[in-house]
Design a protein around this ligand. Structure first.
Ligand code: 5GP
Ligand code: MN
Length: 340
């Protein structure tokens, strides 16, 4: 049942043993919202635990209590009276769903989240789930400690591309300002999140070299095949390196994560990439979305490029002549300076 923020707060107050979770392939918002909720609920005297069914990228250790996040083991159970699912619909929590049969409370900001399970508070206008959790703190009358503020700020910053993307609203900046007043140091958080090993930076350059342009340069794609995927530790932020190309509306990154499993990230300046991701079984936001294509890398590439082109043509983002212009333009076709 769709519920209000006040009802969401009441559900949390009424519960005693709360299992918190967020989506697999977790980002700063998923982890930030989970860890902020963990601290708020414990402050309220509740038993609370975060489970996420995935590896937690090392950069997110900037958030207090990150080491408390557990990954469900085979046949493990957790005694809970409420399962709070953050930053995703209930279909992307992996094996966490096997931990408990407790009623679900879903708090999310994805426009594609139409899951009608349990109770849900979905605010598609919120820049981040952390923005909703921030409002929830006020609704609950909870004190935002510096540690909670760090988690919430990290989620706001990562989901808005450090307050650059179109989802950055006055309310987002006001929330961020309040969190900074509570002791968050934005520069320290960005430094931690941006940190890369020398090896990863070198691999990033190899990834950039795979970039190709399609459809008269309006689409750019980066291709992390099996071999490159084995070497790269962190693909976070790679897509932003090609999103900036002047001719590009839609940028995509496709990586081979297992045999016949390809993960796709989509970003855009105009096109509603959430709709493209939905056509491929995924979802997300208007300008940042993703999906998984269960095909070989080569097949998945073809399907993805075709689906992007079809959607853009149907919705006026590509002219018919541009749609016909499917030719790939690779970096090799450009004259590179000798020192590159
Ligand atoms: P990213 O490209 O950073 O993995 O994801 C961009 C956005 O799309 C995030 O908000 C993420 O939660 C969402 N997203 C990514 N992959 C999927 C997917 O397979 N299904 C759904 N529903 N959302 C996704
Ligand atoms: Mn989010």
């Amino acid at each position: 049942m769709k519920i209000t923020l006040a009802e969401t707060a009441a559900k949390l107050k009424a519960a005693n043993k709360i299992l918190l979770t967020a989506h697999v392939n977790p980002d700063g918002d998923a982890i930030g919202a989970s860890l902020a909720m963990l601290q708020i609920l414990r402050e309220m005297g509740k038993t609370a635990q975060v489970y996420i069914d995935d590896k937690i990228p090392t950069n997110f250790s900037v958030m207090p209590f990150e080491e408390e996040i557990r990954r469900p083991r085979e046949d493990e159970t957790f005694d809970a009276d409420l399962l709070v699912i953050l930053d995703t619909a209930p279909d992307r929590i992996g094996n966490v769903q096997k931990l408990t049969d407790a009623p679900i409370l879903n708090i999310d900001h994805h426009v594609t989240n139409k899951e009608a399970i349990g109770d849900w508070y979905i605010e598609a206008d919120a820049a981040a789930t952390c923005e909703i959790v921030f409002k929830l703190c006020h609704e609950l009358g909870a004190q935002i400690t510096r540690n909670i503020a760090v988690c919430l700020y990290t989620g706001l910053a990562t989901d808005t591309g450090f307050f650059n993307y179109s989802n950055t609203k006055p309310a987002t900046l006001r929330a961020a300002a309040e969190l900074v007043e509570l002791g968050v140091q934005p520069n320290l958080i960005s430094e931690q999140l941006e940190k890369r090993s020398f090896r990863d930076v070198k691999i990033m350059s190899a990834a950039v070299l795979t970039t190709k342009l399609f459809y008269n340069g309006k689409v750019a794609g980066m291709f992390i095949g099996e071999e490159l995927q084995r070497k790269v530790d962190n693909t976070e932020g790679l897509i932003d390196l090609i999103r900036v190309i002047d001719t590009v509306d839609v940028a995509f990154l496709i990586k081979s994560t297992a045999e016949n499993v390809c993960r796709v990230s989509l970003r855009s300046k105009m096109t509603e990439v959430s709709n493209i991701a939905k056509r491929l079984g995924g979802g997300g936001h208007i300008r940042a979305a993703g999906c998984t294509i269960n095909k070989s890398f080569d097949e998945a590439k073809q399907i993805l490029i075709r689906t992007i082109g079809e959607y853009m043509l149907e919705n006026g983002y590509l002219r018919p002549a541009e749609y016909e212009d499917r030719e790939e333009i690779s970096l090799a076709d450009y004259e590179l300076p000798d020192n590159v």
